[in-house]
Ligand binder design. Structure first.
Ligand code: BGC
Length: 791
């Protein structure tokens, strides 16, 4: 049997499954086990006997790193477009643009004969210190998830697979292969998993890559709950899970947990360990079959995309430039930008000639070309005269001579543009930063130039937040250029001269100081344990909860034009928890030129029964407006926008009550607040047990009537305790609240059951019955609560 090269029927999941099953049926245990470990660094094993080809993977996520040989891990690879890194693409807040980028990477993968590109990365930026933050989108899971969906939809629409990574809770590089992220269940569900969940459920990536680290003590590669219960059973993932590098420690255990394919290879010992485990009866052959089938389905699917040919490098470079420009964030501007195309401009800093376009490590792309910012500035400058001064050397030595030269050039010009970059070593895979500072020589240079030239613009190359406080006051404007790929130079010229409106918005908060950051006391942990003590409070959730001032808030970004928000409204101010709501706002471009703004919609739970962040991003829309134009922006909020993860029910819960919908242009610039009421359906009531305190029973829509009745029937006894009659707990003496309301309902019954009255056990059953009826509309045999003390 050989794989059909061209099909007479259109590819479909059902076809792939049928063909994959036919392969599986013909494969020996040895062949199946061999398929589940790489054949080389980048390929799976072919089975020539059956005509089964191998699958080729290559790194991403901001381009295709296709090494010349399948056995090589080298960073130098075939030339491919180096697109902006996630630090930059996230700031576009534009999933459609990410989709275009995914499509372009897909075209390059096809030309380079790659079946699956390893990306995107959706880990949270828990601390700005993580050395790999440039590869991750955001501190907010909703934003990261939406962008990942765009990227994956794009690449997979061309028949090339994505590998969503790194599942999960991989938020630091320090001891990344051994550290255990000790994270609580709510933070896991509300912060660290939702971007994966959104990407898996909405975009169905062909593969998911597990992370190196442990999660609460268990290696991600062996985490059955994560890889099987959550990823497959809950989210419906039907591709394969791949581990790369040294993520797998015990191959049979990892396989049983859900890690289908281990890369790289060849590793005959690994293959043998699987075969031996099956023979020894430790591993069910069915597990091997299921994993092999998942890999086979993707091989079959990938083989339906003919590979080879070439790609349009010039068109992709132009796309990289457009994306880079859209992602640049104008942090500050006192009016010096956009630059006039005339006069004298001093361009200072070696980074103007040698821009930093990407981070270090496995994502490194060999670019097809690299724009030089200074050349691009010269090209865009019209009649302006440009002077260059290096400002610093590449060794980070103090160079007073270079600073003096730069100061002279700045003083002698109408405007100065200073380019500075964080050193590569600070932002590379396998290492974290230890501070958020710019290089001291660069700070000294900026200060000296700003002192000599008040019209100084600072351009930053970095992949995650930096501290700006020591120098920003002197700068007239600051452009955050991120690590934005091979066309960064052209994009910077576009934005500085105003050919492109700066429409990037921060996908991460810029703190004032490292000491203010959420994980400051818990990063990178003690030895092999890092405690996620801040729980769900990362990024803006943290700064707002602690009321800490920041340098630039999440969502911030200036424009060359101005916008006004009017008539913020919702489809309904009272809605059921299963329905959600639609938000509308009229946005007007009140300035004199075209521009884009990002309408951000946050939700606040006003009366939550658990501690929740002050506000959380639940929707957004980027809108481009001509000068004077008004458009109505519409953002849909589904029920999940109001939910939290209830650790008792182990489920998402939308609690009835008051919420606020906040509409703004950053987490700090809120233009409208709309109060809404969410009506909770009785079926959504929380789980109560016989050991739940009275206050929980009273707070539960279905439990309250029975609990009230109980309290009233116990009134004489409760009243006796406090020396007065008790009929309604809401009217009670404060002692009632502090004493009885905290008492588990079973204990309350034991405590206050009247002599000669029904036994507490019987009363508990009555209570359960009345709640069950309220929940389902009829009494049934299933327990309304689960006894926790007596079975
Ligand atoms: C990295 C992945 C990368 C893989 C292959 C791993 O060490 O964590 O992001 O895709 O290597 O290079």
């Amino acid at each position: 049997m050989t794989l059909p090269r061209s099909r007479d029927t259109a590819p479909s999941a059902a076809n792939d499954d049928t063909i994959a099953k036919r392969y599986l049926a013909e494969m020996t245990l040895d062949e199946k086990a061999t398929l589940l470990t790489g054949d080389s660094v980048w390929t799976t094993a072919a089975v020539p006997r059956l005509g089964l080809p191998s699958l080729r993977m290559a790194d991403g996520p901001h381009g295709v790193r296709r090494t010349p040989s399948t056995g090589s891990m080298a960073f130098s690879a075939h030339a491919a477009t180096c697109f902006p890194t996630a630090s930059s693409t996230a700031a576009t807040w534009d999933p459609d643009l990410l989709r275009e980028m995914g499509e372009a990477i897909g075209r390059e993968a096809i030309a380079l004969e790659v079946d699956v590109v390893l990306g995107p990365g959706v880990n949270m930026k828990r601390s700005p210190l993580c050395g790999r933050n440039f590869e991750y989108f955001s501190e907010d899971p909703y934003l990261a998830g939406r962008l990942a969906v765009g990227w994956i939809d794009g690449i997979q629409s061309l028949g090339v697979g994505a590998s969503l990574k790194h599942l999960a809770v991989s938020n630091q590089e320090t001891r990344r292969m051994s550290v255990s992220a000790e994270v609580d269940e709510r933070a896991l569900r509300e912060i660290y998993l939702p971007a994966f969940e959104q990407a898996v459920t909405a975009a169905r990536p062909w593969t998911v890559m597990c992370s190196y680290n442990r999660i609460n003590g268990v290696y991600a590669s062996e985490h059955r709950q994560l890889l099987t219960d959550i990823l497959r059973s809950e989210w419906g993932f039907d591709g394969f899970v791949v581990s790369v590098g040294a993520a797998v420690h015990d191959r049979p255990s990892a396989l049983a947990a859900g890690t289908d394919l281990e890369m790289p290879g060849p590793r005959p010992r690994r293959v043998r360990s699987v075969i031996e485990a099956v023979h020894a009866g430790v591993l069910d052959e069915k597990v091997v079959d299921e994993a092999a089938l998942r890999v086979l389905r993707i091989i079959v699917k990938a083989s339906a995309t003919p590979k080879g040919g070439s790609f349009d490098a010039a068109a992709h470079h132009a796309l990289a430039r457009r994306i880079a420009a859209e992602g640049m964030v104008l942090l500050k501007n006192d009016g010096v930008l956009p630059l006039a195309t005339g006069g004298r401009i001093a361009v200072i800093g070696r980074a103007a000639k040698e821009p930093r376009i990407q981070g270090g490590g496995s994502s490194q792309i060999t670019p097809t070309q690299v724009d030089s910012p200074i050349d691009e500035l010269v090209r865009s400058a019209g009649g302006a005269t440009i002077f260059y001064s290096p400002g610093y050397d590449d060794e980070q030595h103090e160079r007073p001579d270079l600073v003096a030269d730069a100061v002279a050039a700045a003083a002698d010009s109408d405007v100065a543009v200073v380019f500075v970059a964080l050193p590569v070593a600070k932002e590379s895979e396998a290492g974290d930063r230890t501070d958020l500072d710019l290089v001291p020589q660069h700070v000294a240079l900026i200060r000296a130039v700003c002192a000599a030239q008040p019209r100084t613009v600072v351009v930053l190359f970095n992949g995650s937040a930096v501290v700006v406080a020591p120098w920003i006051d002197g700068a007239a404007a600051v452009l955050e250029a991120w690590l934005s790929g091979q066309a960064a130079g052209g994009a910077i010229a576009d934005v500085l001269f105003g050919a492109t409106e700066p429409s990037g918005r921060l996908a991460e908060t810029f703190p004032l100081r490292l000491e203010d950051t959420p994980a400051y006391l818990n990063f990178p942990g003690d030895g092999d344990r890092v405690r996620y003590g801040e729980g769900v409070y990362i990024g803006y959730r943290w700064y707002e909860a602690r009321d800490l001032p920041v340098a630039f808030p999440f969502g911030h970004g200036l424009s060359y034009t101005t916008f006004r928000y009017d008539h913020a409204r919702v489809s309904t101010t009272s809605f059921a928890d299963v329905d959600g709501v639609t938000v509308f706002v009229d946005v007007t471009n009140t300035g004199g030129r075209a521009g884009s703004d990002v309408v951000q919609v946050y939700v606040r739970d006003v009366e939550a029964s658990v501690q929740r962040p002050n506000k959380e991003l639940r929707g957004f829309a980027k809108v481009r407006l001509e000068a004077g134009e008004t458009r109505t922006v519409e953002v849909r909020l589904d029920p999940r926008a109001f939910a939290f993860w209830d650790v008792r029910r182990r489920a998402w819960v939308t609690e009835g009550g008051a919420f606020e919908i906040l509409i703004g242009s950053s987490s700090a610039a809120i233009h409208a607040v709309i109060p809404v009421t969410l009506v909770e359906s009785a079926t959504n009531s929380s789980t109560l047990t016989d050991m739940s305190p009275l206050q929980d029973w009273l707070a539960d829509a279905a439990g309250r009537p029975g609990a009230l009745e109980l309290v009233q029937s116990l009134a004489p006894i409760l009243g006796g305790v406090f020396g007065k009659a008790v009929t309604d707990p809401d009217d009670l003496d404060p002692h009632f609240h502090s004493y009885f309301s905290a008492m588990p309902i079973r204990d309350l019954l034991e405590f206050a059951a009247p002599a000669g009255g029904p036994e507490p056990e019987a009363r508990l059953l009555e209570l359960a019955d009345s709640r069950r009826t309220a929940v389902s509309g009829h009494a049934s045999d299933s327990p309304a609560f689960v006894g926790t003390r007596n079975g």
